[in-house]
Design a protein around this ligand. Structure first.
Ligand SMILES: Nc1ncnc2c1ncn2[C@@H]1O[C@H](COP(=O)(O)OP(=O)(O)OP(=O)(O)O)[C@@H](O)[C@H]1O
Ligand SMILES: [Mg+2]
Length: 228
């Protein structure tokens, strides 16, 4: 469970300061799905970075299961991230010179998993996203949707409890976008993930049961009972 209290993020550049987040309080229960939306520059990616331990707040606390990520040493934070948090982005961020399988394996290196087990688990993760027949392809030999599937496999191969996605379908065409969203939805349910997704897609926001809207660094949460 995430518990954010009074999270403020101020970016300073010389005399210029930007308050990207202003006193955000937010709870995300285990196994929940939270959709984050709002205008460009509102602070969505900044909030996701706080949740992922990729950056620290200027003020406030970001507790994951009672541990404040804002106060962890860099080494402990890296450990929490590599064990518990899978992250996917709009640009798939794959390493172009590594095959699909090798890209997925990279997530297991910091966990000290043996090479043979890394290979097996990477192949299984790729099969679970429908890419069992593309293990040895390089990113440049895959379609956009397939590259995002590799990135999803890389995020999930470590069996994290949290999956964070920052506009994961932003670079994809409409048909592929629906495929990826259906895949993510299925994986969320199958693995009982805590799933937080930033999206500009209002159709997704309409379907979601819990939506956080961020404007000028402030968050409003809307809850809805899903139609049966
Ligand atoms: N590293 C940084 N240094 C300075 N300012 C930053 C930095 N990162 C973000 N900002 C500023 O913080 C604010 C929030 O940015 P953020 O990237 O979180 O917005 P966003 O909601 O994700 O927007 P988008 O929909 O365009 O992705 C913006 O005004 C942005 O200019
Ligand atoms: Mg953003």
């Amino acid at each position: 469970m995430y518990k954010l209290s009074g999270v403020t993020k101020r970016y300073s550049r010389g005399k210029d300061t930007v308050d990207a987040l202003r006193g955000v309080d937010l709870v995300i229960e285990d196994g929940d799905q939270l959709v984050i939306q709002g205008p460009t520059g509102g602070g969505k990616s900044t909030l996701l970075q706080m949740l992922g331990g990729l950056d620290r707040p200027t003020e406030g606390s970001v507790e994951l299961d009672g541990t404040d990520l804002a106060r962890l040493s860099e080494a402990r934070l890296t450990k929490v991230r590599s064990q518990n948090i899978g992250i996917i982005f709009q640009s798939f961020n794959l390493i172009p010179t590594l095959t699909a399988q090798e890209n997925v394996e990279t997530a297991l290196v910091p966990l000290g998993v043996r090479a043979s087990e890394r290979r097996t688990r990477a192949a299984e993760a790729l099969a679970s996203v429908g890419l069992g027949d593309r293990l040895h392809h390089l990113p440049g030999e895959l379609s956009g949707g397939q590259q995002q599937r590799v990135a999803i496999a890389r995020a999930l191969v470590k069996r994290p409890k949290v999956l964070l996605a920052d506009e994961p379908t932003g670079a994809l065409d409409e048909g592929t976008r629906d495929e990826i969203l259906a895949l993510l939805d299925g994986l969320w349910k199958e693995y009982g993930l805590t799933f937080v997704m930033v999206t500009h897609d209002s159709a997704i926001a309409r379907r979601a049961t819990r939506v956080a809207t961020i404007k000028k660094g402030r968050v409003t949460v809307t809850e809805r009972t899903p139609a049966a």
